[in-house]
Ligand binder design. Structure first.
Ligand code: UDP
Length: 355
C-alpha cells in the first residue's frame, strides 16, 4: 500500500456513495467506484465526470474481474453497495437478500487477503421493532418474524455486520461498521420508498403527500454531508476498528409534521392524505413507531456529531429566514438538489473537528 493508492467505494454511484466519492476526491484521493447501477445511477457521478482521479467500473462486486487487485491495492474500502429501500425490500426480497449477503461476503474475502481497512455501511433497520426512545450500539435487537420481508432485509445487513466482525477477529481485518439512520439530501430518489424525496416530488406537482399509517410515527433525518463527514472520520479513526457506530440526525419529527414542513417550505398547494400501511406496502406491514440514534459513541471517537437539522415549521421560521428561503427558491430553478437543502438548516456542530 502506498500513499498514492486509491480508495475503493462500492456503491459509489448511489445517493450516499456519490456524495462520499465527491468528498474523497475533494480531499485529493484517487477513487475507484464499483457499482452495478441498480439502485444507483451514473447520473449521480456526472458532476465528477472527467476527473482524472476517478475510475468508475459498472459491475457487481462478485462479477468484477479486477476485484482482487482493486481491493488488495486500495488504501481503504468503503462498502456501501447494497439493496436498500423499504419498497424494494417488500417487492424484491430475493434480490435484496442475495445482494446483501453475497456481495458483502465476496468483498470481505478480497479485502482480507491484504488486510485493507473496510468501512461497512449497515442500517438502523437492524434495531428492528425495539421501542427504546434512543438506540444505542450495544442494544439487543428486536427483529420481527420472517413472514414480513422487511425483517429479512434487517437480518441480511445484520449478517453483514456479523461477518465483518468475524473477519476482524479471525483474520485481523480492520473493519468499522456504520449503522446509517434515515439520511436525506440531493440526489436521493423516492423510487425505492424513501419518504422525503417523495414528499418533495408530490409537493412540487401540487399532489397530495401520502402519509402512511397515522403519520404519528417519528424519524430523525440526517443530512447527507454530515453522514459523509462521519464516515470519513470513522474510517480514519484507529479507535473505531472492530466497533459499531450509529450515524444520523437526532431531531425527532413525525412523518405528518415532515409533510407539513415540506408543503410550507416549498410554498406548495398540496395537502396530506393518510394511506393505510396495507395499501402502501403489504398486508401486515410492520413499521417502527420511532427511531432515534444515540450518537455519543460517534462523537467520542471522531469528535463529530451531525449538526444539520430540519427547518422549523411555523411562521417563526419564515420570519427568521425569509431571505434564505427566497435564495433557495431562486436556486431551485438551477439545481434539482435545492428542495432538499431548503428543508434543512445547518447548525454549527457543538464539537470542533478532530479527525
Ligand atoms: N412514508 C410515508 N410516505 C411515503 C414513504 C414513506 O409516509 O411515501 C413513511 C414510512 O411508512 C415510514 C417513514 O415515512 O414511517 C420513513 O420511511 P422511509 O421509507 O423513508 O424510511 P424507513 O424509516 O421506513 O426506513
Amino acid at each position: 500500500m502506498t500513499d498514492s493508492a486509491h480508495i475503493l467505494v462500492t456503491g459509489g454511484a448511489g445517493f450516499i456513495g456519490s456524495h462520499l466519492v465527491e468528498r474523497l476526491l475533494a480531499d485529493g484521493n484517487a477513487v475507484v467506484v464499483i457499482d452495478d447501477f441498480s439502485t444507483g445511477s451514473g447520473e449521480n457521478l456526472r458532476p465528477l465526470a472527467g476527473n482524472a482521479r476517478l475510475r468508475v467500473i459498472e459491475s457487481k462486486i462478485s462479477t468484477c474481474a479486477d476485484l482482487p487487485d482493486l481491493a488488495g491495492q486500495a488504501k481503504a474500502i468503503y462498502h456501501l453497495a447494497a439493496a436498500v429501500g423499504v419498497e424494494l425490500v417488500v417487492r424484491s426480497p430475493i434480490h435484496v437478500l442475495e445482494t446483501n449477503l453475497h456481495e458483502t461476503e465476496v468483498l470481505l474475502k478480497a479485502a482480507a487477503l491484504r488486510r485493507v481497512p473496510v468501512l461497512l455501511a449497515s442500517t438502523s433497520e437492524v434495531y428492528g421493532k425495539s421501542e427504546k426512545p434512543v438506540f444505542i450500539e450495544e442494544d439487543d435487537l428486536l427483529i420481527g418474524p420472517p413472514r414480513h420481508t422487511r425483517w429479512g432485509y434487517a437480518c441480511s445487513k445484520l449478517m453483514d455486520e456479523f461477518l465483518a466482525l468475524a473477519y476482524a477477529r479471525e483474520r485481523s481485518l480492520p473493519v468499522v461498521i456504520a449503522r446509517l439512520f434515515n439520511t436525506v439530501g440531493p440526489r436521493q430518489t423516492g423510487r425505492y420508498g424513501m419518504v422525503l424525496p417523495r414528499f418533495i416530488a408530490a409537493a412540487k406537482r401540487g399532489e397530495p403527500l401520502e402519509v402512511y399509517g397515522d403519520g404519528l410515527q417519528t424519524r430523525c433525518f440526517g443530512y447527507v454531508t454530515d453522514t459523509v463527514e462521519a464516515l470519513v472520520r470513522l474510517q480514519r479513526a484507529e479507535a473505531a476498528r472492530g466497533e459499531v457506530f450509529n450515524i444520523g440526525g437526532t431531531e425527532e419529527v413525525t412523518i405528518l409534521d415532515l409533510a407539513r414542513r415540506v408543503i410550507e417550505v416549498l410554498d406548495s398547494k398540496s395537502s396530506t392524505r393518510l394511506v393505510p400501511y396495507a395499501e402502501a406496502y403489504a398486508p401486515g406491514f410492520d413499521d417502527m413507531r420511532r427511531r432515534k440514534p444515540g450518537v455519543e459513541k460517534l462523537a467520542a471517537v471522531t469528535g463529530f456529531r451531525p449538526g444539520t437539522t430540519l427547518r422549523e415549521s411555523s411562521g417563526g421560521r419564515r420570519k427568521r429566514s425569509r431571505s434564505r428561503f427566497v435564495i433557495c427558491r431562486r436556486q431551485r430553478k438551477r439545481t434539482a438538489s435545492t428542495p432538499f437543502k431548503s428543508c434543512f438548516q445547518t447548525k454549527k456542530a457543538p464539537f470542533s473537528g478532530r479527525s
